[in-house]
Design a protein around this ligand. Sequence first.
Ligand SMILES: *Cc1c(COP(=O)(O)O)cnc(C)c1O
Length: 374
Amino acid sequence: MIVSTSVPFVDLRTQYRNLKAEIDEAVGRVLDRCDYILGGAVKEFEQAFASFVGAKRAIGVGSGTDALHLILRGLDIGPGDEVITVTNTFIATVEAITLAGASPVLVDCREDDYLIDPDAVEQVVTSRTRAIIPVHLYGQPADMDAVAGIADAHDLVIIEDAAQSHGATMSDDRPCGSIGRAAGFSFYPSKNLGACGDGGMITTNDEELAERLALLRNWGSVVKYQHEVKGFNSRLDTMQAAILSVKLKHLDDFNEGRARAAGWYRVRLEAVSGVILPPRAPWTGRHVYHLFVVRVPGCDQNGLIDKLKADGVQAGIHYPIPVHLQPAYADLGLTEGAFRVSEKASREIISLPMYPEITEGQVDHVVESLRRCL
Ligand SMILES: *Cc1c(COP(=O)(O)O)cnc(C)c1O
């Protein structure tokens, strides 16, 4: 029998096809107006996104990495300061700290949910610690009450890495991106809200910080050729903002599509022995399933991915190498064994195809293939 079903890891083409008329029109409007840099569409999208997140202000920037980097700069966190974050994250979280000139201090994730371990955070706080960056990984909020307890006790700032959690909430309905002093979002194309290129956003309830960030992203300037501070060139592109405004209207539907797919996976995989389903933390309200990460203890991870690929199923690993074992961060002096929970997870996790438009038939195919491969 020839199996013709193929399931990509993400499917950007279908989303564009579904929204083509709206997106093309929005892009056309920007082209007509030619207000390419910090144009009207940027302000419009910033307001819409702030209100979506329930934050007072939103500042569009060049990427999610820049969002986190500029927040640190805006808070005057730099050389001599320590910033605590988790090793089980995309490297950009840590690179933002490095870019600001501060020292990243890594901690392990929890076995239960793969999120930053607040107990471990408490243990590495020093007199130089300024901030904690919890990462709402895979679409699920970090344990923000526990993190806030530590931040309050030691007078630390909380900066949320919300790059994977557009629309996610805590069980008391607080949205990711509205909880810390500020949050960084990414609009990398495959994120829950994805641009047609790079883009990022900072959200905050701190008006003063928002004003500083609006300067920092634009060469320290609001009035042309007058520069208040030394800044950067990191603005959300007007064309991307126009596209993102269109997509934002559909974000709740996208996230519902992801949750529906997660439900299909859960029902089918419950019966498959050896597969551990993505945990739901007790403090989570809405999980937005940026990724659907299962764990297969003792598996040959790459062998499994190759077998799935032969069945037309694209799977991934998020992430295969924890940040502390990356060559780029060899200078931290951390070796294998430093963070056992993240290290073990990185060898056993598999991300299954996940996107809003995935069909029940495609999920069936993925699960059938996984069952066969095991
Ligand atoms: C994508 C991502 C980033 C970086 O965002 P970019 O827009 O690609 O710079 C940061 N942190 C996490 C957790 C991410 O997933």
